[in-house]
Design a binder for this molecule. Structure first.
Ligand SMILES: [Zn+2]
Ligand SMILES: [Zn+2]
Length: 290
């Protein structure tokens, strides 16, 4: 293992335990126990495990049933829904090309399964859902938006939080939420808007969850957004294995690295790390109702 692939060292523990509001343990190396133990050592005592497809959503629900400090979110990712409709489930490889299209019925079947999972007690959220104009091209837009609307309806019907994935689609995500009526608790995961959008989210009571990219040198707009977001709507996440905070950018991310991001966030807000961690802990419990 070269230094650039090695897991970063354990940061100093936080004075108040927080939750990683968005992680993908099933995409990280090591066992769930190892990840939770390591995170617990530095004051990251709770995680929200997020499913991106049917398999991942089942796994998230099962894992949350097994561990008291793991909560599940279930959904078809915004890039997964078009794959199901266009008949390319699970990949973009040439092996998949030419397969018979799954069509709208296949998406309906998959959504029905998400609906069943969303009813479970230890499933606290529906997501990640939303819109991704970066990875999904025009041919997948319709399926993506239909899936997003269906997830909003499922979240509302079950009284669960809604976890939004918004990649280069701010205006459309805000529009669809307004048209459908957002659930009472809506979280923008890996918040990527600017300060103006943060003001809109604040008005509508949407939570904004900041990931490791808030530490990146070129991320001043994100820090500006964090600076104006109401403290009671701010969450932290890793989105691990992605978005490892500086100075470990490019190395594998995991929930135990949350303290680095919390400290960077405290600096942006001009508050102590204890105050930041306390707010985040309360906000996450409120957002996901655990
Ligand atoms: Zn996402
Ligand atoms: Zn994610």
């Amino acid at each position: 293992m070269s230094a650039k692939d090695a897991p970063p060292p354990l940061p100093e523990p936080l004075p108040v335990a927080v939750a990683d509001s968005h992680t993908h343990l099933d995409m990280q190396s090591g066992t769930v126990e190892e990840a939770l133990t390591k995170a617990g050592l530095v004051g990251v005592e709770t995680v929200v495990q997020v499913g991106c497809d049917l398999k991942g959503s089942h796994w998230a629900a099962e894992t949350a049933a097994r561990y008291a400090n793991v909560h599940a979110a279930v959904a078809l990712h915004p890039n997964e829904a078009p794959r199901i409709v266009l008949g390319d489930p699970g990949g973009e490889g040439p092996r998949q090309r030419g397969r018979e299209a799954g069509g709208d019925a296949a998406l309906d079947d998959a959504l029905a399964e998400i609906d069943r999972l969303a009813a479970l007690d230890h499933v606290k959220a529906v997501g990640e859902t939303g819109l991704d104009h970066f990875r999904t091209g025009p041919e997948g837009r319709q399926a993506q938006e239909r899936s997003f609307r269906a997830h909003i309806e499922i979240a509302k019907r079950h009284g669960k939080a809604l976890v939004i994935h918004d990649r280069e689609a701010h205006d459309d995500v805000l529009r669809v939420l307004a048209e459908e009526g957002a659930p009472e608790r809506t979280v923008f995961h890996c918040y990527s808007g600017d300060a103006d959008m943060a003001r809109i989210c604040a008005e509508r009571g949407y939570y904004m969850s900041f990931a490791g990219n808030v530490t990146f040198k070129n991320a001043q707009p994100l820090r500006d957004a964090l600076a104006v977001a109401p403290l009671e709507l701010v969450l932290v996440e890793t989105d691990a294995p992605f978005l490892t905070p500086a100075p470990y950018r490019g190395r594998p991310n995991a929930p135990y690295l949350v303290p680095i991001t919390v400290r960077a966030m405290a600096a942006v807000r001009g508050v102590g790390e204890e105050a930041m961690a306390t707010a985040i802990a309360e906000n996450t419990a409120r957002a996901f109702d655990y």
